[in-house]
Design a protein around this ligand. Structure first.
Ligand code: ZN
Length: 281
């Protein structure tokens, strides 16, 4: 099942188009995408039985599938090759490095993002959507708490991110307006051959920048859910950006950052593709 946000309304995407879940459920399900995920455990059985006529739609009308999560967790240095390019010794990593992206930065999968001043970089990431909340979730139960996955770009302005005596500006540097493209849809795990190992990558102007596999994460999805929930209660509709593989702009020689007119295309196996265009302020 592929659940999307079409001009602010929750829809199921099929090969033929989009089915409006509020109308097709006779009003049983909310038209609001965020409310759908916050009530995921009740919504899921209704969604699986839903039938209705699919209508054609424009990709440009797709918005962030989970538009206002109560919490967004983001994980740094969660792929070996990215930790290496960042000169971090991962043998010292005993806990996932955690920060946030503020919800106002979320945007849709086919949109234009205005570049702030600074060095704006890309990070394609698997994003976990929480469907069942919990505190101290055991690792063996963690998959049951996942509603689905979507694609995310953890866009990052590096000068702001790295400023200060300690990296306390991480969350701000990654939360400019438009810095959280997500979508095109939240895909439930039954659609994926192996939810623990998906091809992930992005291209800039047609040139491959990142090309990895989610199976190479240092802390996999169940471990992230167990670690985060060991401290903070997770709630339905929360997002977890799970980290990026190697190939960001800052560690290239010479370094490369996003510029006016650039087109960034991000793909994860089974989840689809998002295409973001950048423009100067
Ligand atoms: Zn990231």
């Amino acid at each position: 099942m592929r659940i999307a946000n079409l001009s602010g309304r929750a829809v199921l995407l099929t090969g033929d188009g989009a089915i409006d879940v509020h109308k097709a459920s006779g009003g049983a399900l909310s038209s609001e995408p965020q409310a759908l995920f916050e009530g995921w455990q009740d919504a899921w059985p209704v969604l699986t039985a839903l039938t209705g006529e699919a209508a054609p739609y424009q990709e440009s009308d797709l918005r962030a599938p989970v538009p206002r999560p109560g919490q967004i967790f983001a994980i740094g240095l969660n792929y070996r090759d990215h930790a290496e390019e960042s000169d971090i010794d991962i043998t010292s990593l005993t806990w996932p490095m955690t920060f946030t992206k503020f919800a106002s930065c979320l945007t849709g999968p086919h949109t234009t993002v205005t570049l702030p001043e600074g060095w704006v970089d890309w990070e394609v990431e698997l994003v976990v959507v929480i469907g069942k909340g919990g505190h101290r979730i055991p690792v063996q139960d963690a998959w049951e708490h996942v509603a689905g996955f979507t694609i995310g770009q953890d866009l990052s302005e590096r000068i702001g991110q790295w400023s200060g005596p300690a990296p306390q500006q991480f969350s701000l540097g990654k939360s400019h307006p438009g810095f959280g493209p997500t979508g095109p849809a939240v895909v439930t795990l039954d659609e994926l051959t192996d939810p623990a190992d998906l091809a992930i990558g992005c291209t800039l102007g047609g040139e491959t920048m990142q090309d990895g596999r989610t199976g190479d994460m240092i802390f996999g999805v169940p471990e992230l859910i167990a670690h985060l929930s060991s401290i903070t209660a997770l709630e339905p509709g929360d997002l977890i950006f799970t980290g990026t593989p190697a190939g960001i702009g800052a560690t290239r020689t010479p370094s490369r950052f996003l510029a006016d007119g650039d087109v960034l295309v991000s793909t994860i196996e089974g989840l689809g593709t998002q295409r973001i265009t950048f423009c100067a302020a």
